[in-house]
Each structure stands twice: as C-alpha cells, then as structure tokens.
Ligand binder design. Structure first.
Ligand code: BGP
Length: 476
C-alpha cells in the first residue's frame, strides 16, 4: 500500500518547457547552444532549429498547465529554476528581479492548487557565460557563483518551497560534461583528473547548498538527485559480476558522498590506480559533512555489464547506456524497459543508506498520434504509456512492501516537452499532449491524453486503482 501522505505528481525542467529564452532579462544557458541534444554539434549561439528556445511556451502558459496538473490531483510539481533567469551571466553580484518574480508567481500558483513545489536548483541549464568564461565546473570559482545563486533563491522562496534538489542527475557529468557540467573543453580532450575535479567541485557546492539551506530554513528538505541505473552481470561469471559492480561504483560514488559526507574506499582506489590527483582542501572535507535529507533519483533503464569484450554490445539509455540485456524489450528510442529494475534500485538505495527516497523521474518517451473521438474530443490513445507507468508503479508498491521508505513519485514530462538527449518534441512523455512539432509548427493547444484520466484515478485512489489490471505484455 502507498502511504497516506505519498507525494504523487509530475516533473519538468525549465529549459525543456519554458521557452522565452531571451525574455525578461534571461541570459543564455548551455541549452541555447545545443539544438540537437547531447549528440549533435554545439552551436555558437541560439539557432532557429533549437526547439528549446520556445519549448512548449510554459513561461506564458503555466497557469493553464498547472490547472491541468491540479485536475489530475497532483500533490507535488517538480520543476527547475533556470539559473540564467536569476543571474543571466552567472557571475553578477545582483540578481535579475524579473526572473525572481516569475518563480514567485509560479510557486504561488502551485500553492493555490495545494501543490507542493519540488525545485531542482540546477537542471542542465547553467548560464552559458560560465561555460565560456570559466569552463564550467572545472573551475573552483563555480562554487562561489552557485553559492550566491542558492542563497538568493533560498532567501526569496523560503516560505514557498520546502523540497529542493541540488543538481539534476549529478553523475551525468561523467558522460555529458558540457550539458551537465558546463565544461566547454570537448569531452575527448578532458583528462580524468579534470573530470573528477569538476565532480568534486559540484559535490562541495551541493553540500554547501545543503548547509546554507538548513541555516535559512531548518524545515527545508534538501536532496541529491542521481541518475539511477541498476547494472546486472550479463552472465553468472564472477568476472561479469565484478564488471557490474565496478560500473555501479562509477555512479554510487555520488550518492555515497552526499549521504555519508566522505569519499568511499573504492573511489580512492580508482583515483590512485588511474593517476587521478584531486585538489581537496580541509575546508572542502568539512563542507562535505553536510549530508542530504533524502535521496532522489531518475529511473528509466537498467543495463548489463560484462568483462568479455566480444559481448560488449551497447544500447541507448538516459545519457549513460550500457550493455544490452537480451531479456528486455525497448522503447522506440532504444531505452530498455525494466519495471522490476525500479524495485531493485529502491531496495539498493534503502539497504545502503536508510534515507527516504523520492522517484523524481520515470516515464516513457514515445511517438503519439492525436485522434478525434466520436464525441469530438481530441486525445491520444496512449495505452503503451499507461502500461509502462502501471508496471513501474506496481514495482514501487512492491518496494514499499519490502520496507523501503518512498516519499513520492513524479513522472517525467507530465506535459509533453523537448527531449534532453535529442532535443526532439516528438519524443513525448506527457499526460497532456502539446500541439507543437519539431519543425516549429503547431497551435500549442493542450489536449488530455487517455493516460491523463488513468493517472487521475491512480492519484485519487492513492494507487489502489493499479490493482484493477495485471502486469502488461508490452504493446510498443
Ligand atoms: C533525464 C533528464 C531529463 C529528461 C529525461 C528524459 O536524463 O533529467 O531532463 O529529459 O532524462 O530524457 P530524454 O528527454 O532525453 O528522453
């Protein structure tokens, strides 16, 4: 059974939905030069083919969208603050009042509907100037810029926002150093020492935010946000089991530092054996002791690992990817679908840390087709999405039965938005269809999909309606 106070809701990020990329004093962010997502070339500046510049125009239409979320019964709404609305270049002394006002209005509107905002402080949208001028998180100066930004927003919204996440999918910097860490140096030219130094700066900044937040309002609940991906050994060969463990270690280091306040032994060993020498000051070590209140994570895919190079057949998946699992089906974008992986990941986090867990992203990106029903209603018959979410939520319930403490669930892209990895709008996740296409055409009208009504029932029944159907065979 889901607990009484379970926080049901949905999640978006500013850069993927707001648009208005240059309005009311907003500066450019790294997203404004990524017209084709992480794999495409970086542009010099904003280009007309960049779907994020307009997004789904959430900046101007958020009232209408929040009303739809409220109609589904959301208890929580996760979004991010676009850093470059508050500090357009990132290194100014004084924040941009118009940017601050926008989020005041947005959070007020959430509360008008009894929805708790859950705010990501930095979600792949670092001010571009910080990338170009300082090389992003490679520079220690970033800690100071981030500190100024978090102090500003914590002070401003201390009575409106209780739940905060310091960095979206903080471990994704290992794979996407520009989008995730604003590091301008091309990935292939970065040394491991540089990359892990940037990681260290982010970890210190995250712990500093936790410290400052608790000083400003002791009721704040501040969490880390990890891209989770359980890694299974491809075979029972112990060499594959070790390969899986080592792949997991690359990522579990981030949660370990956030929860325990020190680097784990396996990380120290990795640094030593790979000639990685980091600048870690005594003050850094003190700051890292400010540990998080809860762990939040995204979950889309699991992966396999093998020590056998000839079997190392890699697939796509949420920025990371891994060795393909022969037992699983995949989405149209090649992301393997594994509902039980969510139960596994919940149990792993809980067994290790005994900290409350929040699933802040999960969902299916798919091509949707608008249809007109006999009564004239325009909708999408997205049974595939319902099947995906249904099966994942059943696994959340299983984990709760296992004794795991789960605070809530916010499905990703509760309204269609622009994809982070491919910058497409046709990769849709929403309960709400947005009439906008990748060529920029469309009316921006919003339509309730079939999943909209399904999720509304799930929330209204606190998950009990999930039992009305069994596990699904995949229809996608
Ligand atoms: C996560 C990001 C989100 C989101 C999601 C889906 O990695 O935190 O920003 O976009 O993945 O990925 P995509 O948009 O690439 O389908």
């Amino acid at each position: 059974m889901f607990p009484e106070n379970f926080l049901w809701g949905g999640a978006v990020a500013a850069n993927q939905c707001e648009g208005a990329y240059n309005e009311d004093g907003k500066g450019l962010s790294v997203q404004d030069v990524l017209p084709h997502g992480i794999k495409g070339a970086r542009a010099e500046g904003p280009t007309p083919d960049n779907m994020k510049l307009v997004g789904i125009d959430f900046y101007h239409r958020y009232r209408e969208d929040l009303a739809l979320f409220a109609e589904m019964g959301f208890k929580v709404f996760r979004t991010s603050i676009a850093w470059s609305r508050i500090f357009p270049n990132g290194d100014e002394e004084v924040p941009n009042e118009a940017g601050l006002q926008f989020y005041d209005d947005l959070f007020d509107e959430c509360h008008n509907y009894g929805m708790e905002p859950l705010v990501t402080i930095s979600h792949y949208e670092t001010p571009l100037h910080l990338a170009r001028q300082y090389n992003g998180w490679l520079s220690r100066k970033m800690i100071g810029f981030y500190e100024r930004y978090v102090r500003t927003i914590f002070d401003r919204y201390k009575d409106k926002v209780k739940y905060w996440l310091t960095f979206n999918e903080i471990n994704s910097i290992l794979n996407s150093p520009f989008m995730s860490g604003a590091i301008d140096t091309p990935k292939e030219k970065l040394t491991e020492t540089q990359l892990y130094q940037a990681v260290h700066h982010e970890l210190v900044a995250s712990a500093l935010a936790t410290k400052i937040g608790h000083e400003i309002n002791p009721d704040f609940q501040i969490g880390c946000m990890i891209l989770s991906m359980p890694v299974y050994p491809l075979s029972p060969d112990p060499c594959d089991v070790i390969a899986a463990m080592e792949e997991e270690h690359r990522h579990s280091l981030f949660a370990d530092v956030h929860v325990r306040g020190v680097y784990p032994g396996y990380a120290k060993r990795y640094f030593q054996e790979h000639g990685i020498s980091l600048e870690i000051t005594e003050e850094d070590r003190e700051i890292l002791k400010n540990t998080v209140d809860f762990i939040s994570f995204s979950y889309y895919v699991s992966a396999c690992a093998t020590a056998d190079a000839s079997k190392n057949i890699r697939g796509e998946g949420n920025l990371l990817g891994g060795v393909l699992n022969p037992t699983l089906k995949a989405s149209e974008w090649g992301w393997q679908i594994d509902p039980q992986g969510l139960r596994i990941v919940l149990n792993q986090f809980w067994d290790k840390y005994q900290k409350p867990l929040f699933i802040v992203e999960n969902g299916l990106g798919a091509v949707d087709v608008l249809v007109e029903e006999q009564d004239g209603t325009v909708t999408v018959e997205d049974d595939y999405r319902i099947a995906y979410l249904h099966d994942h939520l059943l696994q959340v319930e299983e984990a709760i039965e296992d004794g795991v403490e789960v605070m809530g669930y916010t499905s990703w892209g509760c309204i269609d938005l622009v994809s982070a990895s491919t910058a497409e709008l046709k990769k849709r996740y929403g309960f709400i269809y947005v009439d906008r296409n990748d060529d920029g055409s469309g009316s921006m009208e919003r339509y309730r999909k079939k999943s909209f009504y399904w999720y509304k029932d799930v929330i209204a029944s606190n998950g009990n309606s999930l039992k009305d159907r069994g596990e699904n065979d995949w229809v996608i």
